[in-house]
Design a protein around this ligand. Structure first.
Ligand code: ATP
Ligand code: MG
Length: 417
């Protein structure tokens, strides 16, 4: 893509109404637009990143047997009354609305009830099980605070996976598979080293649930990390008995602020019983259906990557989530036409070779282009200028490490393809 075609522009100054680093940088670099507090639009660069994170999640969910669907944002009150989650006193984040005939609707803040209601039609016997169903969809939550930029949206993208199994053991086995898949997701998103499997409160069907917490001062949670064992305990459940049960020693734990990027939960038979969905076993006897729920805040992951990896010059994207692989920059100087022609050729060849490239063809000063490239944070920057052309070369710089080298034009395509 040619940068002159992007309608977004970078800004020198952070917006005055944002305190979160992720929102400040993403707005400055032209990735997102703030519609109102906690509500953000994704501009071309931002959407590419969001889609890349979604793709990684999709690949990892499919690899453990996940089947993708898309449920509805509009939710029927009746289903949520059955599970006792309609009342604002029970769930305080509902956005509610009504039809013209006054029938009450809500905007989905999660989709457990909705999916169970769908499955009523499709799960009858043990032969229909197990099922692992997920979606990547916008959730709506009337969050009290929204100071964390895209990490706490009132409208945000979530991946929610639900497992339906015959037994608790089958649920436990899948639950462990999801843990491994989540580690893969966060590693591929470049935050694996700072993301910890964290024991947290478990509700009715197991002693614990688990969160995936990424260490960051921008986090709203407090966790206690055992660095050697690579696990952590949420402050909410930290006590002597819990530590003993987990074989952890208080003096080995370090208190850290952290961002909850995902969580996994064994609901057991709570919702399936409440909504009256059962299956018939081999003997034809009615059995309860075991459920697990597994969330990842897709847009929160994007914000977390920014919080963890950005530096004082701007964004730094890991390869798999970056909006483009390569940022090609032409610095025209005196022999403008020669440089532009060489850059145009390289751009065409890179595109032909399937390299995702953003080509800065704008009529902007060299300093402006280089500063924008740092701010936008594409992993590899290629500069082509009068100086590099004297050596029939381009200058290649890695955004994350700052490493720079010259690559001959004759081998540039092979080098990047
Ligand atoms: P939190 O404690 O941060 O409010 P939660 O416990 O309400 O999170 P879930 O309902 O389990 O979270 O949602 C699953 C995942 O969705 C979370 O792990 C988090 O990554 C993400 N998430 C939750 N709320 C938001 C939000 N307001 N904006 C962006 N992502 C969110
Ligand atoms: Mg919440």
């Amino acid at each position: 893509m040619k940068q002159s075609q992007l309608f977004t522009k970078t800004r020198r100054e952070p917006p005055s109404d944002e305190v979160a680093k992720n929102a400040q940088l993403l707005i400055r670099a032209g990735y997102i637009h703030k519609e109102m507090a906690g509500v953000y639009a994704y501009l071309p660069l931002g959407l590419r990143v969001l889609n890349n994170v979604s793709r990684i999640i999709r690949e990892e969910m499919n690899a453990i047997g996940g089947i993708e669907i898309q449920m509805t944002a509009l939710q029927d009150k009746e289903k949520w009354v059955k599970s006792n989650r309609w009342d604002d006193a029970v769930v305080d984040v509902w956005f509610k609305t009504a039809l013209k005939n006054d029938a009450q609707l809500g905007l989905g803040f999660t989709h457990d009830e909705a999916l169970i209601d769908i499955l009523k039609n499709y799960i009858a016997s043990y032969k229909d099980l197990p099922r692992y169903i997920y979606q990547i969809q916008t959730k709506f939550r009337n969050e009290l605070r929204s100071k964390s930029g895209i990490m706490r949206g009132r409208e945000f993208l979530m991946k929610d996976l639900y497992s339906f199994t015959r037994t608790q053991q089958e649920l436990d086995a899948f639950y462990e598979k999801v843990q491994r898949a989540y580690h893969n997701v966060f590693r591929r998103c470049g935050i694996g080293d700072s993301t910890y499997l964290t024991f947290s409160s478990g509700g009715t069907f197991s002693q614990f649930s688990h969160e995936f917490q990424t260490i960051s001062d921008a986090g709203e949670d407090v966790i206690y990390v055992d660095q050697a064992k690579k696990i952590a305990v949420n402050k909410d459940v930290l006590n002597d008995e819990v530590l003993k049960g987990l074989g952890l020693t208080r003096s080995n734990l370090v208190e850290k602020k952290a961002i909850e990027v995902g969580n996994i939960f064994r609901q057991g038979t709570r919702f399936t019983d409440a909504l009256g969905v059962y299956y018939a076993d081999e003997k034809g006897e009615r059995q309860s259906l075991y459920m697990g729920g597994y969330g990842i805040g897709v847009s929160r992951v994007v914000g977390t990557i920014v919080e963890v990896l950005a530096d004082d010059k701007g964004l730094v994207w890991p390869k798999e989530v970056a909006p483009f692989a390569v940022h090609l920059i032409a610095i025209a100087g005196k022999s403008g036409e020669k440089v532009s022609a060489a850059a145009d050729n390289l751009y065409a060849d890179l595109e032909k070779a399937g390299v995702e490239v953003l080509y800065d063809d704008r009529d902007v000063s060299a300093g402006g282009k280089l500063a924008d490239a740092d701010l936008i944070g594409i992993p590899t920057r290629i500069v082509i200028s009068e100086k590099t052309l004297e050596k029939d070369s381009v200058e290649v710089k890695e955004r994350a490490s700052g490493e720079t080298k010259m690559v001959a034009l004759s081998v540039a395509i092979d080098h990047f393809a």
